[in-house]
Ligand binder design. Structure first.
Ligand code: 5AD
Ligand code: SF4
Length: 476
């Protein structure tokens, strides 16, 4: 799978889009509250991690702010998946340096600067060298140590670099209680990847596949439910590779068993999971997709390319025919399912005929949403040194053709929902007065008129209009 999977079915994935994590309000009760600004790039794993960083800093007095200028601690939680994402860190650090200098020159106190996430893991030493403004570099498995690292920097013990790999220690060290931001929450159940697709940095930045214990996940899910969360998205780089000891000692549980267990928690009405790898889509999970009404009819199952030759070069471990067969099985179990996928064009050696196979795959499978990218060379991955790298212009042309097709399918799918009544989880108010905003089972943002008292509930909405990116409707 992939580390980046859709939070928003319709947004063409701008994985560089920043998300701001807010620390617990309780921190503001503490005198001398310090200001924390976290900017998040990349996938849901980073969104989750940013929230957990805020949780872990809250007891030592940090409270979230929306802008970095006055922050005492600025954290950039970074993404390394494509070159453009990684380079953004350095330009952002240039802006942060100016803010830090201005703050300190104007006597508004010091600013500690931290780089977290996958760029930190992959390029820690280089960050320290290229950007002296950085006080702290911390890899994705070290967030539980943040208070300790902040204290070290405050004691003027110089720069701190933490890039240890111990996922289980991370989760053991994070507080079990969370401060959810709304009615839908991410919950990390698995981290890392053993698949080693030849284009991808994730196995190097996030390490080997590690699953959290069932008890820990259930405790976190219960806590979220208690705090009003109605929808949980179980996340992991390879979420369907989840495997942990059954709580009753009866063997191992996979993702299907875990989902059925989470579904027993009162208050949790919707469950999603992302991102899955076709190779780990086992029969029990497919059966759960068919049988568990709390599981939403939406599946992100990337294939990346349609040509068997390219799939082999990518080390995906399956053929196009196997993927197609799998989709048929999933659709038989859950006929109303909408599929989403990730695609890469211009992988080394991809010919025009190979690319046509990707187009044919999209035509045959049909996707309700998608994310598509030009291949980006990642140093240290096998793809980087493969012969027959594809010309950038050719990649651009292929991406344009592919996206024209994918976006047409997405628009058609959204149009096909007009006249149907869908359950919408109301997340907040819409842009226009009197309007509410929520998410359909298929994750589309949905606007309709209604009273604010409905926020946080699931209501039936009859769809009256559809664009490529969202739906409009009326309360049924
Ligand atoms: N170049 C382009 N896209 C990539 N992805 C991962 N690595 C690369 C790369 N080197 C895409 C894949 C993956 C998604 C998260 O990002 O499609 O599923
Ligand atoms: Fe997904 Fe492959 Fe990257 Fe693993 S190596 S995260 S399966 S794209």
């Amino acid at each position: 799978m992939s580390s980046q999977s859709p939070r928003d079915i319709n947004a063409s994935r701008d994985i560089e889009a920043p998300v701001i994590a807010k620390a617990s309000d309780t921190a503001s009760d503490i005198t001398n509250a310090k200001k924390l600004f976290i900017k998040t790039y990349g996938c849901q794993m980073n969104v989750y991690d940013s929230e957990r960083m805020a949780d872990v800093l809250s007891p030592i007095g940090y409270t979230a702010v929306d802008t970095p200028e006055d922050a005492d601690l600025v954290v950039l939680n970074t993404c390394h998946i494509r070159e453009k994402a990684a380079e953004k860190v350095y330009s952002e650090l240039g802006r942060v340096r100016k803010m830090k200098e201005a703050k300190e020159a104007e006597g508004r106190g010091e600013m500690t600067v931290a780089v977290a996430g996958c760029v930190a893991q992959a390029e820690g030493e280089e960050i320290m060298r290229r950007a002296p403004v950085v006080d702290m570099v911390l890899g994705p498995q070290t967030y539980h140590k943040l208070p300790e690292m902040v204290a070290k920097v405050a004691r003027a013990q110089g720069e701190v670099l933490e890039t240890e790999f111990d996922t289980l220690e991370k989760f053991d060290g994070l507080p079990t209680s969370r401060d959810p931001k709304g009615f839908s929450a991410f919950l990390t159940i698995q981290e890392g990847c053993d698949k080693f697709c030849t284009f991808c940095v994730v196995p190097y930045t996030r390490g080997a596949e590690v699953s959290r214990s069932v008890d820990q996940i259930i405790a976190e899910a219960r806590d979220l439910a208690k705090k009003g969360v109605r929808e949980i998205t179980l996340i992991g780089q390879n979420v369907n590779a989840y495997e942990a000891d059954a709580p009753d000692g009866s063997g191992k549980w996979g993702l299907g068993a875990l989902i059925r267990h989470v579904a027993l928690i009162g208050g949790i009405d919707r469950i999603r999971f992302t991102t899955s790898h076709p190779r780990d889509m086992d029969d029990d999970l497919i059966k759960t997709l068919g049988d568990e009404p709390k599981l939403m009819p939406y599946l992100h199952l990337p294939i990346q390319a349609g040509s068997n030759k390219v799939l082999r070069a990518m080390n995906r471990g399956h053929t196009y025919a196997e993927y197609k067969e799998l989709i048929a099985k999933i659709r038989a179990a859950r006929p109303d399912i909408a599929l989403s996928g990730d695609f890469i064009v211009g992988f080394p050696g991809e010919t025009d005929a190979d690319f046509e196979d990707t187009m044919k795959c999209v035509e045959e499978i049909g996707y309700g949403s998608s994310f598509s990218f030009k291949y980006s060379v990642r140093p240290g991955t096998p793809g980087a040194t493969m012969p027959r790298q594809v010309d950038e212009n050719v990649k651009s042309e292929r991406l344009k053709r592919l996206q024209d097709l994918l976006y047409r399918q997405q628009t058609e799918f959204n149009h096909s929902l007009i006249g149907r009544t869908l359950n919408v989880l109301v997340e907040g108010v819409g842009r226009d007065g009197g309007q509410l905003f929520g998410r359909s089972p298929y994750l589309q943002g949905t606007h309709f008129d209604g009273d604010e008292s409905l926020i946080g509930t699931i209501v039936p909405v009859t769809i009256t209009g559809a664009g490529r990116n969202s739906l409009t409707g009326e309360l049924a």
